[in-house]
Design a protein. Structure first.
Length: 383
């Protein structure tokens, strides 16, 4: 198969029929039915585990024009493209899509949703296959399909450049140079890529909501234009301003997402900012920053610290960077963290996050380790 790789899990198109009994249909990009089942009381975590065992979900669809909550949550969990029809599929349309396959209505609806989703991306798949064949890049078909199906507004050329950022044309015509082995992807970059995919999916959902708001606003404006000035018309104008504000927020979000992607690709490290280590600051920022193992935090005032916050933070973070030299460092902070003086760092702020060069961070960490070693040796000589 053009899209399959023997050493990778297959790329999946999944249809979901939510409810008390959840129906699930799993297709390959070539249309083969890999799984078709239904289960009473199947929750989000159970569905994720079952689908993850089958492959990599890149498209997730429904037969409803307004995607149900379970379908939206699963699409966000997998970072998959969400496909929904412009109107609910009729019984005749679903029968035409799934025929007599399926043991019950839940499986039939799920299969119809999967095949509708696959049908909606067929033109894109054919275009990808043609362009990859022209570029003699068939071996990258799996990764290109994964990138283009889960990331909006990306073409084949951009996907190939994303997959091979270090490749350069051979200097001598007709002489093939061996390519350097591809370096393994850092865990932090992989995690940020997943977060980027989730944000891209949220971006797509917001676009659909804004499209519906535009249509509704246009209909209301047409009706009110034939009437005299009324409170309803004033309310419509207020809705229009709210729509314009939402569009501006969407543009800002898209710009921040693009800037962060470029920074991560150029060897930057994400620093999650905290004003201090107090309970109040931690309580407000923890849910938004979503701390994970290996994070580095940028703390402006490390002198203001709660023992409870220090204990919770040390469970996921071993490095703190401060920009202003503290008056004194508490023993608790010195024991639990590697404290780096970041006053010399070149910090770039993108939205709520900060970025710094990985090389600069590694250099600061190396200097700190050397200082600690000298202190230990000095104490040993005194003893």
């Amino acid at each position: 198969m053009f899209w399959d790789r023997e050493d990778r899990k297959p790329l999946l198109v999944v249809g979901i029929d939510p409810g008390t009994t959840v129906g699930c249909a799993v297709l390959s990009l070539d249309g083969e039915v890999l799984a078709l089942f239904s289960e009473r009381g199947l929750g989000q975590d159970g569905a994720v585990a079952a689908l993850h065992a089958l492959g990599r979900v890149v498209v997730l669809g429904t037969d409803k024009s307004a995607a149900p909550s379970l379908v939206q949550k699963l699409a966000a969990r997998f970072g998959a493209r969400l496909v929904a029809p412009n109107r609910d599929l009729s019984i005749e349309e679903k029968r035409e899509l799934c025929g007599a396959e399926g043991k019950n209505p839940h499986e039939m609806d799920a299969l119809a949703s999967a095949r509708f989703s696959l049908k909606s991306i067929q033109q894109l798949l054919r275009k990808m296959e043609r362009q990859l064949s022209d570029a003699h890049a068939e071996e990258d078909a799996y990764e290109v399909a994964k990138v283009m199906l889960t990331t909006p507004d990306v073409n084949v050329k951009q996907a190939l450049e994303f997959l091979h950022p270090l490749e350069r044309p051979a200097p001598v015509p007709h002489v093939a140079e061996p390519l350097a082995p591809r370096a393994p992807e850092p865990p932090e970059l992989a995690r940020m890529r997943r977060e980027r995919d989730a944000l891209a999916q949220q971006n797509l959902t917001l676009k659909k909501v804004l499209s519906k708001l535009r249509r509704k606003s246009k209909r209301v404006a047409e009706v009110l234009s034939r009437r005299e000035e009324t409170p309803e018309r004033v309310a419509s104008q207020s809705s229009q301003r709210a729509l314009e504000n939402a569009l501006k927020q969407l543009a800002v979000l898209r710009k921040e997402l693009q800037e962060r992607d470029r920074a991560l690709a150029s060897g930057m490290v994400v620093l999650k900012p905290l004003a201090n280590l107090s309970k109040g600051e931690w309580g407000v920022q923890r849910r938004f920053l979503r701390p994970r193992k290996g994070d580095i935090f940028l703390v402006r005032d490390p002198n203001t610290a709660s023992s409870q916050v220090v204990e919770e933070l040390s469970a996921v973070c071993d490095t703190l960077v401060y920009l202003e030299p503290p008056k004194s460092i508490s023993p608790e902070l010195a024991v639990r963290f590697v404290l780096l003086d970041g006053s010399s760092l070149r910090v770039q702020h993108i939205g709520p996050f900060a970025l710094a060069s990985r090389d600069d961070i590694d250099s600061l960490r190396s200097s700190r380790v050397n200082v600690d070693r000298l202190l230990v040796e000095h104490r040993e000589r005194l003893l």
